[in-house]
Ligand binder design. Structure first.
Ligand code: UDP
Length: 468
């Protein structure tokens, strides 16, 4: 049965009886790409339940227009307060709590049969929660993991999972991977000495894939063609990215200008966009280290020295908890040229003509946003997948420079300044910009009608429809 509506995320067909659940891990960088993917599924006719957990719902407010095809449901998990004390204990109790609440939720959903509550047939789950596959499959649901890292990072982690690669590699030499990628040890995903548990968490994504028919990856074919082709030989992978709001790419989803996640932060009344409006074209360095990175005090000192002693205009996103690391009078001393906020709509900032480059920690979402909006990057990766993303930014896609760090792992003022100058005014500045524009066009092409990511999403929807 089909009907049309113009409500919510755009005019679309609602194909009744085709209900899927989408369930991200409760972190910003996981919720937003899976939410964007959900919007695309809804626009192609599916009824969708977006599942989040009680801990995420406290700090993230989903800010979406009402839609008859979109239901938000919250299931219980555990408090995040002890994550820093023991990640292992947090992950264990999270899994125990969510296994139970998810099982209850699915059981309830399957017995509901009113017109409003059509039972789901499939769950798209975040690949970092591979145990969701078991819970859902035991209840007869089909399952499809969604990977929120690049295909290259997945490629590396898959080899680690399979035992053919270890991190760090035993000899300090470059590793040539099957998909023709040569990575120096410093380009591999980075797990500091005490983060064995993070490595295990990341490699566990490849567990439980035997019975899945679809594996979604937030990338696009042209961006990582060799890796995608290599992985597709053994796994049913489908690229569906970049999952950034449609207004910045193909514009096909109505009113889709932001992720729809309102992070409860105020910026003390300051508007980064109004501030950027007052600046000249390509004159502002945008700095952000994402939603999780905690900068070392020494790193903050190098950044503040750079911003105080040079003439760069800058917009810097610094979380409230990091503000105390700023030296006395820094805000007053730089107020003519700089603005510090605790949050912004990053795609909107990156698409602003005043932004010249992006000093980034190379989180995968930030990387995709900069690529999709044609902004060259100054890469200061911190850990996990960011090091590999930085390698691709600098050496594969040619859209940025990776800042050399000193022996203590700090990007010094001098290195930062030299890298920013190379990006915005050096001999290669035009090359970086042209490459960025090339990837911007290819990103749009991938999600636009008939593009590779669009086709993969369409095929998935058609398969769901055909299976009911
Ligand atoms: N982000 C944002 N405003 C900010 C800082 C970050 O909207 O002020 C968003 C950014 O657009 C991206 C996400 O937060 O979508 C960060 O994800 P990423 O994978 O880059 O890094 P993570 O936070 O997971 O380390």
């Amino acid at each position: 049965m089909e009907e049309t509506t113009g409500n919510g995320v755009g005019r679309r067909r609602i194909v009744k009886q085709n209900h899927v659940i989408v369930f991200p891990f409760p972190r910003h960088g996981h919720i937003s790409p899976m939410l964007q993917f959900s919007k695309r599924l809804i626009s192609k006719g599916l009824l969708l339940t977006f599942l989040t957990t009680s801990s995420a719902s406290q700090s993230l407010i989903l800010n979406l227009p009402p839609s008859p095809s979109f239901h938000l449901k919250i299931i219980s998990d555990v408090s995040e307060s002890n994550v820093l004390a023991s990640l292992a204990a947090y992950l264990q109790s999270f899994r125990a709590a969510v296994t139970k609440s998810l099982a209850n939720f699915i059981d309830q959903a399957l017995i509901s049969s009113s017109d409003e509550e059509i039972p789901p047939t499939l769950i798209v789950y975040d690949s970092v929660m591979p145990w969701v596959q078991t819970v859902a499959a035991e209840r007869g649901l089909d399952t499809a993991p969604f990977f929120t890292q690049s295909a290259a990072v997945n490629h590396v982690l898959l080899l680690v999972y399979g035992g053919s690669l270890s991190i760090p590699p035993p000899e300090n030499v470059a590793v040539s991977l099957p998909a023709e990628i040569a990575l120096q040890p410093g380009d591999l995903p980075a797990f500091p000495d005490d983060s064995e548990v993070v490595l295990k968490f990341m490699t566990s994504q490849f567990y439980n894939l035997e019975n899945v028919k679809w594996i979604f990856i937030n990338t696009f074919d042209r961006l990582e063609s060799k890796v995608v082709n290599w992985m597709a030989k053994t796994l049913p992978i489908k690229t569906v990215g970049p999952t950034i709001p449609s207004a910045y790419l193909d514009g096909r989803l109505e009113d889709d200008k932001a992720y729809g996640l309102n992070v409860s932060k105020s910026n003390g009344g300051k508007s980064p966009i109004k501030w950027l409006d007052s600046k000249e074209t390509a004159s502002v360095v945008y700095i952000s280290f994402g939603s999780l990175v905690i900068l070392l005090e020494e790193q903050v000192k190098e950044l503040t020295n750079l911003l105080r002693d040079t003439d760069f205009s800058f917009l810097w996103v610094l979380r409230e908890s990091e503000l105390e690391k700023l030296p006395n009078n820094f805000l007053q001393d730089t107020s003519e040229r700089g603005l510090i906020v605790n949050w912004c709509c990053q795609p909107q900032v990156l698409s602003h003509k005043a932004v010249s480059c992006f000093v980034t920690h190379c989180g995968w979402n930030s990387t995709l946003e900069a690529l999709s909006l044609g902004v060259p990057m100054v890469a200061i990766p911190q850990w996990v997948d960011q090091t590999t993303n930085a390698k691709f930014i600098a050496d594969v896609w040619g859209v940025g420079i990776r800042v050399k760090k000193n022996e203590k792992g700090i990007a010094t003022k001098e290195e930062l300044e030299a890298s920013i100058r190379k990006i915005v005014q050096g001999e290669r500045a035009n090359e970086f910009k042209q490459n960025s524009i090339k990837w911007k066009n290819l990103a749009k092409e991938a999600v636009d009608e008939g593009g590779t990511s669009d086709k993969h999403i369409e095929e998935f929807v058609q398969a769901i429809v055909a299976s009911n």
